[in-house]
Design a protein around this ligand. Structure first.
Ligand code: GLP
Length: 250
């Protein structure tokens, strides 16, 4: 297994941002998937800093979001669209036709999901996917129990996140909230994956992801089977694993 442990928060962000910048430099037409949340914000800002410094060509890259909140306006600060626009696509000046997101509102989410993955396919498929990790081992909005064969779909939100979004947006109880996400099978089709996890709250999920059985109870465990997945961890997230024995299993 390819496991990288960063010794500091700055190193973690620099390594992850370097994977994104390196991918763009190696293949300017790359299709790159991004995740939102506390783990990835500074990574995105670091990509912008690297670009300001090195001025590599970003005129052909496509960025897309792994998942999106539904039932809210996409301008809401907690929507993945707003986060990715503010953190990376806006500062880099990526135009709308190369910044693809699943919709926050739709009359037909199933059709929107099919169209989204078809568009990724038309662009040649996913070259690099940066994945965050949920404390319960989720990937995107694929919660424990999601079938490994799932494709992009509209799902329910985890209760903690839903409570927070309702509070922040004052969404009444009767109005449904949810999430759209690439499915586990779509994720596994990415040519290359970098899973990023930092903080002590992720250590249990990291241990189960890397050392436990591959099972739908922990969606991220399937990454053990991906042919090109790097696990980038900080020391707190890596605290419960024996890295040397895992590396030796290569
Ligand atoms: C949410 C997002 C995921 C993200 C995960 C981890 O569930 N929908 O895309 O990977 O959170 O977030 P954080 O980095 O804040 O722990």
């Amino acid at each position: 297994m390819k496991i990288t442990v960063a010794g500091s928060e700055a190193a973690f962000d620099t390594i992850a941002a370097g994977r994104i910048a390196g991918q763009i430099c190696a293949r300017p037409r790359s299709v790159i998937g991004l995740s939102t949340g506390r783990t990835t914000g500074n990574i995105h800002r670091e990509v912008c800093r690297m670009h300001a410094e090195a001025d590599f060509d970003i005129s052909c890259v496509t960025f897309f979001g792994l998942d999106e909140v539904t039932g809210v306006d996409r301008e809401y600060a907690g929507a993945c669209y707003a986060m990715l626009r503010n953190e990376i696509c806006g500062p880099l000046g990526i135009p709308a036709d190369r910044f693809l997101m699943l919709p926050t509102r739709s009359d037909d989410f199933a059709a929107a999901c099919r169209e989204f993955t078809a568009e990724l396919d038309r662009r040649g498929g996913i070259d690099l996917l940066i994945l965050g990790l949920g404390e319960n081992g989720h990937l995107g909005f694929n919660q424990p129990g999601t079938p490994f064969g799932s494709h992009a779909w509209h799902t329910v939100m985890d209760p903690t996140l839903e409570a927070r979004i309702r509070r922040e947006t004052a969404t009444p109880a009767g109005v449904p909230l949810g999430g759209v996400t690439l499915g586990v099978a779509d994720i596994m089709h990415a040519r290359r994956i970098v899973l990023v996890a930092k903080g002590a709250n992720k250590r249990q999920a990291v241990r189960r992801m890397l050392c436990g059985p591959v099972c739908e109870d922990l969606p991220a465990s399937i990454l053990q089977l991906h042919p090109d997945c790097e696990f980038l961890l900080d020391t707190a997230a890596a605290a419960d694993i024996d890295i040397n024995s895992l590396r030796n299993n290569e």
